[in-house]
Design a protein around this ligand. Structure first.
Ligand code: URA
Length: 233
């Protein structure tokens, strides 16, 4: 694949912008400046540098972000900055999108990808992907509330009650809750329907993939093969 196409596919701008980056000597391959946009390279495991920053060629982008509060999962946010402001611009340029959405004030594990099938698979209600949250509540939790969440609560606009796949009390005002759906404000609405109020929400896990402790709020990392396998577990 020629160097221009490699840069273009990785999101470094329009074809014209990619050609300009190369012509201006801003791209290095194997440590050497390459000014030939037509240079034929095997993209496989290629690592190149743009303005000194290394970038590994990836046919598809799969990543996770530790979403901080105060960011919207939208490319065109209304009231707060977009989560895309926390990522290299090339990811948005190449069409990376959020795999489901977290509310502006929800923190934790957010997946992003430019693989449409992957995004669909992990957001489809049919797939029933378990998502685990830690919720901090305004009022002390009691057995009746936990039972309601376990048995199912009827949310406004839904025909049938929705039950948590798992619920575990972690403290007087903290519970761990797993849901298989991805409905709008689902966990907050379920907790409200059970007679309490969610004051803070953090997503810890999707499928078998846990948010790594070392991933600081606002930081992101690629999902390598192992993480993608864990996700399916
Ligand atoms: N449920 C919610 O209420 N909010 C989220 O951000 C995610 C799940």
């Amino acid at each position: 694949m020629d160097l221009e196409s490699i840069l273009f596919r990785q999101g470094f701008g329009s074809r014209r912008q990619c050609r300009a980056l190369i012509a201006e000597g801003r791209v290095r391959v194997a440590g050497e400046v390459c000014t030939d946009a037509g240079e034929d390279l095997a993209p496989g495991d290629l690592t190149f540098e743009v303005d000194g920053t290394p970038w590994r060629y990836r046919e598809r982008a799969y990543l996770m972000l530790n979403k901080p509060a105060g960011y919207e999962c939208s490319r065109e946010p209304q009231h707060h900055p977009s989560v895309f402001a926390l990522l290299p611009a090339q990811l948005a340029t190449r069409g990376v999108q959020c795999v489901g959405r977290l509310d502006e004030d929800t923190t934790g594990l957010l997946l992003l990808s430019d693989d449409g099938q992957f995004v669909h698979a992990y957001t489809s209600p049919k797939r029933k992907v378990p998502k685990t949250y830690v919720a901090t509540t305004r009022h002390a939790l009691d057995d009746r509330q936990i039972q309601a969440l376990t048995d199912g609560v009827l949310l406004h606009g839904e025909k049938a009650p929705i039950a948590a796949a798992a619920v575990r009390i972690r403290g007087e005002r903290q519970l761990e809750i797993t849901v298989n759906e991805g409905k709008y404000h689902q966990v907050k609405r379920m907790i409200a329907a059970a007679g309490n109020r969610c004051e803070a929400l953090h997503r810890d896990r999707i499928g078998g993939l846990a948010l790594p402790e070392a991933l600081a709020p606002g930081a992101w990392q690629w999902l390598e093969e192992e993480a993608l396998l864990a996700l399916r577990a």
